[in-house]
Design a protein around this ligand. Structure first.
Ligand code: IVH
Length: 668
C-alpha cells in the first residue's frame, strides 16, 4: 500500500470506528460485533504504526491511554464552574419558583434533569476536536485531565456532522455504573488494594490517576448537561443540548421540559421512586430555567446561578433488627464496634452490618440488643445506624456495653482522655494488630510489595512464617512454594518484590513502620529533617517539637514507639536486611541550609508546584513552614486565590510577600 492509499484508509477507518463507538457507547445500539470492531481497530493501529506521519491525537487508537506518568497542569476555566444551590425541601423549591417568577414573570419553561453523582468535568471543543478536559477544581481553575478523559469511550474525540460551533465548552458529570464499580472493587479486594467507598469516590480517584492506560481500563462514563459558547445554535438550554446529541454527545438522560412547578414536582416524585432501578447513582434532580434570555435576567449570586437549583433526595432509610455487636481490632489497636443486622435491602444492596464507630456513638443511640434500628447509607461502604425505634423495644432488653478486654488477645483495653476510641495496648502480641501492621507495611504507599495481598499475609501469619514486618525479609522461595495457592511464579514475585523494596526511600520505610499519627506527609517531613532513623530514635520530645509541623501528639507517639524494645529490635533487623533508614546521597544533595532560620507561610495555589511540593522544598532547605502569619514569619509565599485576610495581616506586620518565582530563585 502506498502512502496515499494508506492515508485514505486511515481516515476511513477512523471515521467508521468513531461511528461504531458512538453507536455502542452513546446510543447503546451496536451495529457490528465486538470482534469486528477489534479487527478494524487493529487494522488502524497497524497502519498508524507503519505510517506515523498520519498521527492524530484524536484517533480512536489514542483511547488506550499512555502509561507514562503525567503531571496535572492547572487550567483556568473560561467561564467559572459554579455549583448549584440545593435544597431537600419542597417548600424551598416553591420559594425558588416564587423568586424566579417575580423577576421573569409566569411565561417560561423549566428543564428538569437527573442530578448525577460523580465528578464534574468541562470539555473544550475546537473545530470539532476535543482539545481540553479540566476538572472543576476551585471553580476558577482545575486540573487538566485531558489524557485520562480521552480514554472515556462515550466522550467523542471528534464530533459528528459539521454544524457544531467552532469553539465551545460542554460540561457534565463523569461517573461509574453500579456494576462497573462492584467489579472494580471485587478486583481490588482480590489484589489486596483498598476498596473505594462508593462509585463517586472511585470516579474522582480514577480521574486523577497519573497513568492514563490504567484509567482506560476503568469503566468510566459521562453525561453532558451544560453547554457554553458564543455561537450556540439556539437561545435555550434544552434545544442546544438536544442539538449536541447530533454532534455525538451523550446528553443528560430523561431531560424534560416542565411548565410550572407542579410538573417539576411530578418529575421529582417519579425519579425518587425510580432511581433505585437506574444502573448509576443520582442524588437528586436539577431544575433549570430554559431560556438564556431568562437566565440572564435572573443572573448569579456569588457562587451559584439564580436560574437553577438542585433538589436533593433524602438518603433512603429502612428499619431492621440489631442482632449482635462485634468488636473489631484495627492495626493500631483501635476497637471498632460493628452491628450485625437482620439482612435488609437498602439502596440496591443487602445490608447485614453497620459501623457503630465508638462507645460514644453506642451511648448516644442508647442501643439495646434486639432493637429495631433505622439505617441509612452515607458516603461509606458500611451503612450507619442513625436511630432506634424506642416504641418497639422489648421490655427487659439489655443495653449494649462496650467491652473492657480485647476480643482477640484478652488484654485490658485503654481509652485516653479526649480520644474517641478504645485501644488494645498489646501492639506486638495481638494477632489482628500484627497482621494489620504487616498489611500496612507492604501497602502501595509504603513499601509497595508486589504479590503480597491481605489474604497472603493472613496465610503466612497463620502458618507461623511471619510475626512481624521484619520476618518478611526471612521468607524464602522454598518456604513459599509448598504452601496452598502458591506456585513458582507467585513465590518468585514475592521474593523479588521484597528485594526491590530495599530500594524504597527512607520516608516510605518510616511511613511503613506504622507509628501512630505518622502518615505519609509526616513521614516525609521527618525523613527530610532527621536525616536518619538513629537521629529520630534518639531525639527527645523538645527536639521533635522543633521539627516543622510536628506537634505534641506526633512527638509523643514517636517517643512511645521507640521506647518499646520490640520496635527497636524490628528496626535493627530491617537495617540489617538493607532497608533504607536514611536519606540517600541524591536526596541529601538536594538539601541545603538556604532557608535555615526562616519561617515561611504559604497561601493560595501556584502555577508550577502543589502546596505539598513547596512544603517539601522548605523542609529540604532547612526552613520552617508555619500555617499562620505572626511576627515570627520571615516570608509570606503568596499564590492565587489566597485568603485576603492573610495578605492584609502580612502587610500590617510588614512581612515580605513573595511569589512562587521569587521563592524558587531563593533556593537556586
Ligand atoms: S448544572 C451552573 N446539571 O451537581 C449549572 N449539574 O451540586 C452547573 N450535577 O457542580 C451545573 N448533575 O457537578 C448540572 N444535570 C445536572 C447535574 C449537575 C449533576 C453536579 C455538578 C454540579 C453539582 C452541583
Amino acid at each position: 500500500m502506498n502512502k496515499k492509499e494508506a492515508g485514505e484508509r486511515i481516515i476511513r477507518l477512523r471515521k467508521e470506528l468513531n461511528r461504531h463507538n458512538h453507536n455502542y457507547y452513546v446510543l447503546s445500539h451496536p451495529e457490528i460485533s465486538d470482534f469486528e470492531y477489534d479487527m478494524m481497530l487493529n487494522d488502524l493501529i497497524e497502519l498508524e504504526k507503519m505510517f506515523p506521519e498520519f498521527y492524530d491525537e484524536n484517533s480512536p487508537t489514542q483511547r488506550i491511554g499512555d502509561d507514562r506518568n503525567q503531571v496535572f497542569v492547572q487550567k483556568e476555566h473560561k467561564y467559572p464552574m459554579l455549583s448549584l444551590g440545593n435544597t431537600y425541601s419542597q417548600e424551598e423549591l416553591n420559594d425558588f419558583d416564587t423568586r424566579v417568577k417575580k423577576i421573569i414573570g409566569n411565561d417560561f419553561e423549566y428543564v428538569c434533569e437527573l442530578k448525577y453523582d460523580g465528578a464534574a468535568i468541562s470539555l473544550l471543543y475546537d473545530e470539532g476536536k476535543l482539545v481540553q478536559a479540566v476538572t472543576r477544581g476551585d471553580g476558577e481553575k482545575g486540573d487538566d485531565v485531558t489524557a485520562n478523559v480521552k480514554t472515556i469511550k462515550s466522550i467523542p474525540l471528534v464530533l459528528r456532522g459539521d454544524n457544531y460551533p467552532s469553539l465551545f465548552e460542554i460540561r457534565g458529570e463523569i461517573f461509574m455504573s453500579g456494576e462497573g464499580f462492584s467489579k472494580l472493587n471485587a478486583e481490588r479486594e482480590k489484589n489486596g488494594t483498598p476498596l473505594f467507598a462508593n462509585p463517586r469516590n472511585a470516579t474522582a480517584g480514577t480521574l486523577k490517576m497519573l497513568n492514563s492506560s490504567v484509567v482506560a481500563k476503568r469503566p468510566l462514563d459521562c453525561f453532558l448537561y451544560h453547554i457554553l459558547g458564543d455561537e450556540l445554535p439556539y437561545g435555550s438550554h434544552f434545544e442546544n443540548l438536544e442539538k449536541a446529541k447530533s454532534w455525538g454527545f451523550k446528553v443528560s438522560l430523561n431531560m424534560t421540559k416542565c411548565k410550572g412547578i407542579n410538573e417539576v414536582f411530578d418529575f421529582i416524585m417519579k425519579w425518587d421512586a425510580e432511581r433505585k432501578n437506574l444502573p448509576f447513582d443520582i442524588d437528586g434532580v436539577v431544575l433549570k430555567v430554559n431560556s438564556y434570555r431568562n437566565q440572564k435576567q435572573l443572573g448569579f449570586t456569588a457562587k451559584t446561578p439564580r436560574w437553577a437549583i438542585a433538589y436533593k433526595f433524602k438518603a433512603e432509610q429502612v428499619t431492621t433488627r440489631l442482632l449482635s455487636v462485634d468488636f473489631q481490632v484495627g492495626r493500631t489497636g483501635a476497637i471498632t464496634p460493628v452491628a450485625n443486622l437482620k439482612p435488609v435491602l437498602l439502596a440496591g444492596t443487602t445490608v447485614k452490618r453497620a459501623s457503630l464507630h465508638n462507645d460514644d456513638q453506642i451511648k448516644l443511640l442508647d442501643l439495646h440488643y434486639g432493637d429495631t434500628v433505622f439505617i441509612e447509607k452515607g458516603g461509606e461502604i458500611i451503612p450507619k445506624i442513625i436511630g432506634v425505634e424506642r416504641s418497639a423495644r422489648e421490655s427487659g432488653s439489655t443495653a449494649i456495653r462496650f467491652i473492657s478486654a480485647c476480643p482477640v488477645c484478652g488484654s485490658k483495653l485503654s481509652r485516653k482522655e479526649g480520644e474517641a476510641h478504645h485501644y488494645c495496648p498489646n501492639e506486638t502480641g495481638c494477632p489482628p494488630q500484627i497482621k494489620g501492621k504487616i498489611i500496612h507495611f507492604v501497602s502501595r504507599k509504603a513499601m509497595d510489595i508486589d504479590g503480597l495481598g491481605e489474604e497472603t499475609i493472613e496465610l503466612l501469619y497463620e502458618k507461623g512464617l511471619i510475626k512481624s514486618i521484619a520476618d518478611l525479609y526471612e521468607l524464602k522461595k522454598e518456604t513459599l512454594i509448598p504452601l496452598e495457592r502458591f506456585a513458582e511464579k507467585s513465590a518468585d514475585n514475592i521474593v523479588h518484590g521484597l528485594e526491590e523494596s530495599k530500594n524504597a526511600p527512607f520516608s516510605r520505610v518510616l511511613f511503613g513502620l506504622g507509628i501512630r499519627y505518622v502518615g505519609e506527609t509526616v513521614a516525609k517531613t521527618l525523613a527530610n529533617s532527621s536525616l536518619s532513623i538513629d537521629t529520630l530514635m534518639n531525639a527527645g520530645f523538645d527536639e521533635l517539637m522543633e521539627i516543622n509541623e510536628i506537634g505534641t501528639r506526633i512527638a509523643q507517639s514517636i517517643i512511645d514507639f521507640f521506647s518499646k524494645t520490640e520496635n527497636v529490635e524490628i528496626v535493627n533487623r530491617l537495617k540489617k536486611y538493607g532497608l533504607k533508614f536514611e536519606l540517600s546521597e541524591d536526596e541529601k544533595e538536594l538539601r541545603s541550609s538556604k532557608l535555615e532560620g526562616l519561617n515561611i507561610v504559604i497561601s493560595g495555589t501556584f502555577e508550577n508546584h502543589s502546596r505539598d511540593e513547596l512544603k517539601d522544598i522548605i523542609d529540604k532547605n532547612g526552613g520552617k513552614n508555619a500555617s499562620s502569619i505572626s511576627s515570627k514569619t520571615s516570608y509570606f509565599l503568596a499564590g492565587k486565590n489566597m485568603g485576603p485576610g492573610k495578605r492584609e495581616k502580612a502587610k500590617k506586620l510588614n512581612i515580605a510577600i513573595i511569589s512562587e518565582d521569587d521563592f524558587i530563585k531563593m533556593i537556586q
